[in-house]
Design a protein around this ligand. Structure first.
Ligand SMILES: [Ca+2]
Length: 302
């Protein structure tokens, strides 16, 4: 009887070996779960990014139906001042001051119209001009809360050739520290309009004047690099420059329409040859890598 009691006590208690076994199983389970959770989080961001591109698509279509054409995306404005596709996209769907697009705009970097009149006057300097300007506006075509519109000078310490007060629409990934608020924000969404009077998609010659898309529309912006990973430590975006290739090569490789290429009979064509292309840098904040999210079938090619 005595020996029986002793035996059941021993069975009820955990030995140190059993405890260690249980603890190591828990550690292994956590090790399995954490990457899975990170993957879920990343997937959620990707879904959110696709939704944002869809709402930008809708906004551009509203602009198109109002003005009978997609917004310009040339790298320069009519005065040859740098004003890239990403900035023109923001002006078209939000207005240069986020209060709506002025129909007399000719997409000048300084917001002036063709008669050197300020289409987007500041409210404080001239309240009457501001009110008149507002009553002429169209849009904004995106809700301000979803636009993620930020001034370039709040994203990059060095804004390169650009006027820093110009806004861009940013993606939903949080890689960049907003220089004013300290909040984490996204990288600018790149915008390229198709030149429908052209016929080529020549990745052997990215500078071919007959190319439907022009990689140079956003090249100077992409050349600014990653604001969260500044030079000399940071690598340039792979969409901008790649060792052994001409600038723009990766843009043309990754916008080539596989379905047309596969036929071997038709000419090489880009995706969305008659509309426009949008590119988000994706979760790594770098343009031209496999995680980029676009409004066409991004199949990353080296
Ligand atoms: Ca990327």
């Amino acid at each position: 009887m005595k020996s029986n009691v002793k035996q059941s006590n021993r069975e009820a208690a955990f030995t140190i070996v059993e405890l260690l076994t249980v603890m190591s199983i828990i550690v292994i389970l956590i090790g399995l779960l954490v990457p899975a959770l990170n993957q879920v989080k990343r997937y959620a961001y990707e879904v959110k990014q696709r939704a944002q591109l869809n709402s930008i698509d809708t906004a551009i279509e509203l602009f198109n139906s109002e003005f009978d054409g997609y917004p310009d995306s040339d790298a320069l404005d009519p005065d040859a001042v740098p004003y890239c596709g990403a900035m023109k996209l923001c002006e078209a769907v939000m207005g240069r001051d986020l209060m709506g697009y002025h129909p007399d705009s000719i997409f000048r970097s300084n917001g002036m119209g063709s008669l050197n009149n300020n289409l987007y006057p500041p409210q404080t300097a001239n309240p009457i001009a501001y009110r008149n300007s507002l009553s002429a506006r169209k849009g904004p075509y995106l809700p301000l809360d979803n636009a993620n519109a930020y001034q370039l000078m709040d994203l990059y310490k060095e804004v390169g050739p650009y006027a820093g007060e110009n806004f861009v629409l940013c993606d939903v990934f949080r890689n960049v520290t907003h220089l004013q608020s300290g909040k984490k924000v996204g990288m600018p969404i790149l915008y390229y309009r198709a030149n429908t009077s052209n016929t080529q998609h020549d990745f052997a010659n990215p500078d071919n004047p007959q190319n439907i898309y022009d990689y140079r529309d956003n090249q100077s912006l992409v050349m600014l690099g990653k604001p969260f990973d500044p030079p000399p430590d940071g690598e340039p975006h792979r969409l901008a420059i790649e060792t052994g290739h001409q600038p723009g090569y990766r843009f043309y490789m990754n916008t080539t329409n596989d379905k047309v290429l596969a036929s071997h009979t038709a000419a090489v064509r880009p995706y969305r040859a008659d509309t426009y292309i949008l590119i988000s840098a994706g979760s790594d904040g770098e343009y031209g890598t496999p995680d980029d999210i676009t409004n066409y079938d991004w199949r990353f090619r080296e």
